[in-house]
Design a protein. Structure first.
Length: 302
């Protein structure tokens, strides 16, 4: 067996005891800077300079993130996503949670412009807005953006929030191919990090699931396994939100909460559940959503 060459000596930092040493000339420091890495002390210093709480929606949607909203068809995911988008664009609370005002882009691959106009009008009135903010930008079905278009618009506009409704229509291959799902989510996360943008991907559950059970009393991540498609959609996203009907035995009075919104942070764990009440118009159409505080007095009445 041929003799192997000896291992090269590891690159070491200059000794702190040498006052004449210039750390910028050390090969280790040069390589660290070249590849954009931080040391522990540098990371600590940068992290301390970040805002204490810069969430787009307090405790729910962080910046620089790729997030998923999962729910059954017809439950109202699109109107809720529109309410979130309008709240951020106008700087008004979303379900009672403070928001950080910013530009919003909504790419709707499923709803006709006439339907979107009606939904947005209802949400505007529900939120008490005089007009739709100019910072609310809508991408209609007739001009569906490709991924490259989405990447360009985010880099140029740097919106705080991008809503994609739905993931299945935007990139259907993400639902069936784990490799594609991981690659696309990583690309979105890189775009999000470069511009401080939060993405919200609206998604469906698999068919033939027992809906309206488990979310209020169980873990959100367990319920989210009902999401259609590959597990990577849930495993790789940052915040996974689940919207479900409450169990029938818990909706006993008129005006009671009929939906549950719960979620799971990839790095922090569960958030919620929030009890949500749909507000209806005279024609029986939902016009908005309100959060009901889950306090014992309210729960006992329901």
């Amino acid at each position: 067996m041929p003799e192997l060459p000896p291992l090269s000596r590891p690159i070491t930092l200059p000794t702190p005891l040498d006052p004449t040493a210039d750390p910028n000339n050390d090969p280790f420091v040069k390589l660290k800077k070249q590849f954009g890495m931080y040391s522990g002390d540098e990371m600590h210093g940068i992290a301390r300079q970040l805002p204490a709480d810069n969430h787009l929606v307090a405790g729910l949607i962080p910046p620089c993130s790729v997030n998923l909203l999962v729910g059954d068809s017809g439950i109202g995911k699109s109107p809720m996503a529109f309410q979130l988008a309008l709240a951020v664009a106008a700087g008004v609370p979303f379900l009672g949670l403070p928001v950080r005002t910013g530009k919003v882009v909504v790419a709707d691959y499923e709803n006709h412009l006439r339907d979107v106009h009606r939904i947005v009008g209802q949400q505007r009135r529900h939120l008490g807005l005089q007009k739709i903010p100019d910072s609310f930008l809508f991408w209609p079905l007739s001009r569906m953006p490709e991924f490259e278009d989405m990447e360009s618009i985010v880099k140029m506009l740097a919106p705080e929030l991008v809503v994609i409704d739905s993931l299945r229509a935007f990139r259907p291959e993400m639902e069936s191919d784990s490799v594609v799902a991981v690659q696309q989510i990583r690309k979105l996360r890189a775009i999000a990090a470069s511009r401080g943008t939060a993405f919200l991907l609206v998604h469906h559950v698999r068919k033939h699931q027992l809906l309206g059970t488990g979310l209020e009393d169980g873990h959100a991540l367990d319920w989210l396994r009902r999401a259609a498609g590959v597990r990577a959609l849930v495993n790789q996203t940052d915040v996974r939100l689940a919207l479900a009907r409450r169990a029938p035995d818990k909706v006993r009075t008129e005006g009671a909460a009929d939906l549950v919104l719960s979620g799971h942070f990839r790095t922090r764990g569960d958030v919620g559940p929030f009890l949500i009440r749909r507000i209806w118009d005279a024609d029986g159409e939902p016009v908005g959503y309100e959060r009901i505080e889950a306090i014992p007095a309210i729960i006992s009445k329901e």
